[in-house]
Design a protein around this ligand. Structure first.
Ligand code: ATP
Ligand code: MG
Length: 440
């Protein structure tokens, strides 16, 4: 092999951290060929920062472990050893390997392979570029750099064979295409389509992980989920989303950038993805994908709030006058204070999608201003029964019998307070409760 020198422009970006270069030097000085491979090389060539620089080496795992003071056996059976640097950052060093047996997901690997064999078992050409950080050379036998320039996801080797070896690659193709806004090369796309009926081979946990990575990493997540629909991946893996609507896909792209954290946006996207299902069907699909009870409950409860309110919100927000504080407080009470933000973010995303499709939708500015006011009242004013200045015990002490009528009294007291938070005073509420009981 005769590695080409990287072009100067690309070279400038191919700058692994000094510690990674140091690991490569230690290995090479001990006589083991070592290269940077995978996502970091790809991302560097695209001009993106990437934190984890993975190394591939001719050294076996025991040889790697013998050369470094602090190592972690992260995946010894697959040849991966974590090397820890002074500040505990872990760099993965993986022995060159070849697949000796594949079954659609789990490969049996063998060490003692060459760099060429190692690159040939990687999924896509853009993920199969090697960089020698010591000689500053790129080795790219599958023409990954050309595909980066053409913006194409293309399987290494024969696409159909590669997807049969590991069906996860079909889902990875969809994720990488959406993440970098690349096209999928037609033969690779055909192999993805052929894989769709076989995706049930993947464990639910793996599928969930792929969905989560997509929701976290991908900018154009609507496009990713459209690819899941059009490839048949949803039909096979999440049947409830097999015919997911264009409106829902567009709403996914309209989720504003994270209010605080990445995972916050991923959760909001998960909610938007399932928003066209009934809360019950959404919960069932999520449970089936092995999402945690906590996540299932959260998505279900936000969607219940959305279910209860969305028609009324649409009418109120497209009306001549913006909703009053009383209405906003009532809505916050229906969704629950803690879920109000999520329901509003969903409303904003769906409104943007409707507008993009030319359907009736609230004006974005009207909605944004109502959203801000809604958050203010939800966290300032009494909006839930629990916020009332009296509780069931107080009412019992005042002679109201426990039972169904108690619920009615409390809910009427809440209506009374929603109209004017200043009424949330114990004596006023007890007097009002007595009046309500008389009416009943
Ligand atoms: P990310 O930024 O999402 O981590 P990545 O390219 O680093 O992207 P990883 O899943 O971390 O992806 O995998 C590292 C590398 O291992 C890939 O770049 C690819 O070369 C190879 N690889 C990972 N999964 C597969 C697979 N299922 N089949 C073949 N090669 C794979
Ligand atoms: Mg990675």
């Amino acid at each position: 092999m005769t590695p080409a020198r990287a072009s100067d422009a690309a070279q400038a970006r191919l700058a692994p951290p000094p510690l990674v270069v140091g690991i490569a030097r230690t290995l090479r000085d001990a006589g083991f060929e070592t290269w940077c491979v995978g996502g970091a090389v790809r991302d560097a060539l695209l001009g993106y920062a990437h934190l984890d620089w993975d190394l591939a080496t001719a050294a076996t795992p025991p040889q790697v472990r013998a050369l470094f003071k602090r190592t972690v056996p992260v995946g010894i059976e697959f040849g991966t050893v974590g090397v820890l640097d002074a500040d505990n950052t872990m760099h993965e060093v993986t022995t060159f390997r070849r697949d000796v047996k594949t079954d659609g997901r789990h490969a049996v690997v063998e060490f003692g392979a060459s760099l060429d064999e190692d690159l040939a078992r990687r999924d896509f050409t853009i993920n199969a570029i090697a960089y020698d950080p010591l000689g500053e050379r790129v080795y790219d036998p599958h023409h990954g750099r050309e595909d980066l320039a053409r913006r194409v996801v293309r399987a290494v080797g024969t696409p159909g064979d590669r997807m049969r070896e590991d069906r996860l690659r079909a889902l990875r193709a969809l994720r990488f295409a959406a993440r970098f806004d690349f096209e999928i090369d037609p033969p690779t796309w055909r192999a993805v389509l052929d894989s769709a009926p076989h995706l049930g081979r993947l464990s639910r946990e793996r599928v969930k992980q792929e969905i989560e990575k997509t929701l976290q990493q991908v900018g154009r997540v609507g496009r990713a989920m459209r690819l899941w629909r059009d490839s048949g991946a949803f039909a096979s893996l999440v049947p409830a989303l097999a015919n997911i609507s264009e409106g829902t896909l567009l709403s996914l792209e309209a989720i504003p950038p994270p209010a605080n954290t990445r995972s916050d946006r991923a959760m909001q996207r998960l909610i938007a993805l399932f928003a066209e299902l009934s809360p019950r069907d959404a919960e069932r699909a999520l449970r089936d994908l092995r999402f945690s009870n906590k996540d299932v409950a959260w998505v279900g409860s936000v969607l219940r709030g959305w279910d209860a309110l969305h028609s009324e919100m649409l009418v109120a927000l497209t009306a001549y006058a913006p909703p009053t504080d009383t209405v906003l407080r009532r809505w916050a009470g229906i969704t629950g204070r803690t879920r109000a933000r999520s329901v509003w973010r969903l409303a904003a995303a769906r409104a943007a999608a409707s507008a993009a499709l030319g359907l009736p939708a609230p004006d974005a500015r009207v909605l944004a201003s109502a959203y801000r006011r809604a958050m203010r009242v939800a966290f300032r004013d009494p909006v839930e029964v629990g916020d009332l200045a009296v509780d069931g015990h107080d009412l019992q002490s005042a002679g109201i019998v426990a039972g169904p009528s108690m619920k009615v009294v409390l809910s009427r007291l809440l209506d009374f307070v929603l109209e004017d938070p200043a009424r949330n005073v114990r004596d006023q509420l007890l007097a009002r409760a007595a009046a309500i009981v008389r009416e009943l």
